[in-house]
Write a protein that binds this ligand. Structure first.
Ligand code: TA6
Length: 364
């Protein structure tokens, strides 16, 4: 699929409220006027934009989209091979990584990895009725969890799984087929969690998909946080899927209608609502999606918790963006630090948790 094909746009138009290179506000006179036809010619039509910058534009944006002043003045390309600024299915600013015939789509909203396409399809999973809305996570891909996991301990009004998945992140670095996004505390986040922090997410595509989450305490007080890469995996038929590596590992079951007895010494199978928080986990797990003929290995560093989740039909009915049968085709295996393994950071210190995913097809 060419780069141009992967840009979901309305016929003959291109979303003109964000710079197609950095995702920032492009200060476009036309979009400010609300109608390109009626508005004044955009300022960017009056400047000579370096060829090297134009070459980085997605094909469908050329001659149509307006570039922001910062990018227009940069002589050097603001992207590198294997990194493309595009929009996601909801016209939200996104980045696409490309390497080895694979593609990864990352939304700047929540720094959410939305998909990881290989020659055998998307290794990640997206709900059947996804919503791509400003300031909200899509159900699927890899929504981030920070700075708390699940419901807030003392205030149920606060967003479950924290706010990192809902705020805008900015691109701060790119290498070949790799990008780093960043967000930090704002007045709004301090109302929810009164600490100064910087969070970075680096996504790297090669033979594997690497996701690294780095949190830095930029304030004067020590704080603790929980985190997770809340990864939704395509499972084929979840009844035939299994998770390996958590045998005999301590866990707490949070499902309302869990499986009764099961063999803790065997690989984890899905036979009922499953919502298990495992602690002191090994750094290598695997998902065997039998009906997809696929094995995905998860290798982590600095992740001491893993949550394995499938809502089964009853809970699926209560979840947004889902169709009734969606539970049959995914499972979440979440690389995390939660509960007793929450992270405590002194001022000026950082913590880095990483996940490396490798997808392979089973021998025929
Ligand atoms: O990680 C498991 C879990 O906490 C489940 O209890 C369920 O509430 C799920 O997360 C919700 O995930 P979401 O993507 O809706 O934030």
């Amino acid at each position: 699929m060419s780069q141009a094909d992967s840009i979901p746009t309305r016929a003959g138009q291109y979303p003109n409220d964000h710079c197609p290179l950095c995702g920032g506000d492009n200060q476009c006179a036309n979009s400010a006027a609300g109608d390109a036809a009626a508005g004044p010619p955009c300022w960017c039509k009056s400047v000579q934009i370096p060829e090297a910058v134009l070459d980085c534009l997605p094909e469908q944006a050329r001659g149509v989209a307006c570039i922001c002043a910062t990018c227009a003045k940069q002589a050097a390309p603001t992207t590198v091979p294997g990194v493309h600024q595009i929009v996601d299915q909801g016209q939200r600013p996104a980045l696409q990584l490309a390497a080895n015939g694979q593609r990864v789509l990352i939304s700047l909203t929540g720094a959410q990895v939305l998909s990881w396409h290989t020659e055998h399809g998307d290794v990640l999973w997206t709900a059947s009725e996804p919503k791509y809305e400003a300031g909200k996570p899509v159900r699927g891909g890899v929504p981030l969890v920070f700075p708390w996991f699940g419901d807030h301990r003392s205030n149920q009004e606060l967003p479950a799984h924290g706010f990192a998945r809902s705020v805008d992140w900015q691109r701060v670095d790119q290498q070949v087929s790799q990008v780093t996004l960043q967000t930090s505390d704002t007045e709004a986040t301090r109302k929810l969690w009164n600490h100064a922090f910087r969070a970075e997410l680096t996504v790297a595509l090669g033979e594997t998909l690497g996701i690294t989450m780095t949190v830095t305490n930029t304030g004067d007080d020590t704080f603790s946080f929980e985190q997770a890469l809340h990864t939704y995996f395509a499972a084929g038929d979840v009844h035939e899927a299994s998770v390996h590596g958590l045998e005999n590992v301590t866990f707490l079951e949070h499902a309302r209608e869990p499986e009764g007895e099961w063999d803790h010494t065997a690989a984890l199978r899905f036979r009922a609502e499953t919502d298990r928080v495992f602690q002191d986990v090994p750094d290598e797990l695997s998902l065997h999606a039998k009906t997809l003929g696929r094995t995905v290995t998860l290798h982590t560093s600095n992740s001491r918790s893993t949550i394995v989740w499938n809502p089964w039909p009853t809970k699926t009915a209560r979840l947004s963006q889902m169709q009734a049968d969606d539970w049959r085709s995914f499972c979440c295996i979440e690389s995390a630090n939660v509960g007793d393994h929450a992270i405590t950071l002194a001022p000026g210190t950082s913590h880095e948790m990483s996940l490396t995913l490798r997808s392979s097809q089973d021998d025929p």
